[in-house]
Design a protein around this ligand. Sequence first.
Ligand SMILES: Cc1cc2nc3c(=O)[nH]c(=O)nc-3n(C[C@H](O)[C@H](O)[C@H](O)COP(=O)(O)OP(=O)(O)OC[C@H]3O[C@@H](n4cnc5c(N)ncnc54)[C@H](O)[C@@H]3O)c2cc1C
Length: 287
Amino acid sequence: MIPPSFAYHAPRSIGEALTLLTELGDDAKLLAGGHSLLPMMKLRFAQPGTLIDINRIPELRGIREEGGLIRIGAMSSESDLIASKLLQERLPLLPEAALLIADPQVRNRGTIGGDIAHGDPGNDHPAIAMALDATFVLQGPKGERQVKAVDFFHGTYMTALAENEILTAILVAPFQAGTGYAYQKLKRKTGDWATAGAAVVLRMAGGLVTQVSIGLTNVAPTALRARDAEAALLGKAVNDTTLNAVAQAVRAVCEPAEDLRGDIEYKTAMASEMVKRAIRAAAARCH
Ligand SMILES: Cc1cc2nc3c(=O)[nH]c(=O)nc-3n(C[C@H](O)[C@H](O)[C@H](O)COP(=O)(O)OP(=O)(O)OC[C@H]3O[C@@H](n4cnc5c(N)ncnc54)[C@H](O)[C@@H]3O)c2cc1C
């Protein structure tokens, strides 16, 4: 399938890209890795008159420590995340989870910024960003603002991004020593989106959970932070009784869409199972 024709610009700076976005309005779309946008254009779900290719903007790349946080340029590909020594050492959930996204070809082009900005509840980064309590840096013609991951996703394909804003970076606090983490993703086959997925980050002391965050993938119109499930785990030991209470709280917030991956009941059950597995795996890493 061939997409409709479009004009093409390849700016060299964020400023240049913002000027183009502002001038062209909603007729223009940013092009990152193209692995969500181009399929949508081929299917005529999106028909932008102009693509603004942001691949040649150096400011959008790089993964580094800055002011006590890890700053991940929005144009970092999944392969960049996987290869980053800094992430492997300080935020290992990200490279580990990126390996569960799509296939090597998609991972070489698809970017963390595109995965988040697309606003697809089936994408993995939104829930992972929620579990990491990440902050997104958005730049528009009037300057920069920061939005927490939990506040960014407004609905399926709807986010806090204004038409003339670019997601420039993702900010995350590195893990303290002893932090447990896991991303559990049920998929029908290698390279598939999640039937249900769960990201968990937790800390324990004296056998009890002292801190926990849980993000859910593809079980609602947006990724979810499962606050009630977190509350059911906080201050408790990780055992069957606690995990059953957590699972009940997870099931209560799930509202998945029925599709080829399963019906509502199945996806809801799988979400709670992914959370249980992720909590067990994360707890086993707390030492
Ligand atoms: C076969 C296949 C399997 C896949 N499996 C998975 C999977 O398992 N898990 C998963 O998470 N994803 C999966 N994906 C999606 C893939 O990860 C995409 O790369 C990702 O969703 C979008 O990133 P991109 O860089 O390709 O963005 P693009 O497709 O270029 O852009 C997506 C949207 O975001 C906007 N955008 C992009 N970057 C920015 C920015 N910096 N600021 C503002 N707006 C921006 C674009 O304008 C566009 O609307 C799969 C894709 C394919 C083709």
